[in-house]
Ligand binder design. Structure first.
Ligand SMILES: NC(=O)c1ccc[n+]([C@@H]2O[C@H](COP(=O)([O-])OP(=O)(O)OC[C@H]3O[C@@H](n4cnc5c(N)ncnc54)[C@H](OP(=O)(O)O)[C@@H]3O)[C@@H](O)[C@H]2O)c1
Length: 257
């Protein structure tokens, strides 16, 4: 897959603890970030000088407007502050579904942040909703990178060396700015296309060559719903009918795109 030219980047979750770093990182790399925000007044305080576009992940019409002109997206949204018991389904998963369905014929590059435990069912608080959101993105056929970060800010200042893993064994911390850098860099490297990986940090100096860093990873199989080394512990055939219908809708984007 060949990298398309990227300027205009829609930042979803831009007011969040990772999103704010991601906006700064995009600016530093000469990109033009536009922040999708629910509350413009609040966002003006958090993101001074950044172009804002009003929108809500639960309002498809607002997403269609916001997506217009975007070459790429960085998705760092999360349902952490949403008290609804099914918030993960609505925001972590439903937000990705609504965005994908709002694209129309556009084929922007997508960097999606999920979680290091996305495929785990053996840890406290494990939830399948982020993994399900990943499956929609893979199925859509859009050019993507999926970053599964470890524990935010559980990495010390000397842990500058990034560890990109594939499989279910990774665990550990990562600084917020490192997550943001990885997401934005993934938009700019051909070698990050179609890849899913866990991200932590360890003692050592930071790597300089991002193309090599991403290039060492295996790509996901072109027609697979899961990441290349994901465990087979959430069979699509056993998923609720509504979720299988969402996957089918995402797959139809691939056919028309
Ligand atoms: N904590 C960890 O160690 C860890 C590790 C791996 C992964 N994660 C995952 O990281 C994610 C959170 O990252 P974070 O700390 O940056 O989250 P955060 O600070 O809670 O930010 C969440 C962002 O999502 C936006 N959002 C929520 N609902 C929305 C909606 N309906 N429409 C538009 N935007 C919406 C929020 O916008 P508003 O400002 O309008 O609310 C905010 O910008 C979580 O999903 C979590 O599971 C966490």
């Amino acid at each position: 897959m060949k990298q398309q030219s990227i300027t205009d980047v829609l930042m979803v979750g831009a007011t969040g603890s990772i999103g704010r770093f991601a906006v700064q990182t995009a600016q530093r790399h000469g990109l033009h970030p536009r922040a999708l925000v629910r509350d413009v007044q609040r966002a003006e305080q958090l993101l001074p000088g950044v172009e804002l576009v009003q929108g809500d992940l639960e309002d498809p019409a607002s997403l269609r407007r916001a997506l217009h002109g975007a070459d790429a997206l960085v998705l760092t949204h999360g349902s952490g502050s949403d008290a609804r018991p099914d918030a993960r389904a609505h925001i972590d998963y439903g937000g990705v579904r609504n965005i994908l369905l709002a694209f129309g014929d556009a084929r922007p590059r997508v960097a999606l942040m999920t979680s290091i435990y996305a495929t785990r069912d053996d840890v406290p608080g494990a939830s399948p909703w982020k993994r399900r959101s990943e499956r929609l993105l893979r199925t859509s056929g859009l050019p993507y990178t999926i970053v599964r970060p470890g524990w935010f800010d559980h990495a010390g200042p000397t842990q500058r060396r990034l560890v990109l893993d594939q499989g279910v064994t990774a665990d550990g911390g990562i600084a917020r700015h490192q997550i943001a850098e990885t997401l934005v860099r993934s938009l700019l490297a051909d070698t990050a296309l179609g890849k899913t990986f866990e991200l932590t940090a360890t003692e050592g100096g930071e790597q300089k060559d991002w193309s090599v860093l991403f290039g060492a990873l295996q790509a996901d199989a072109p027609d697979a719903v899961d990441g290349v080394r994901d465990p087979a512990n959430l069979p699509v055939a056993a998923e609720p009918p509504a979720l299988r219908a969402d996957l089918q809708a995402a797959g139809s984007l691939r056919k028309t795109g």
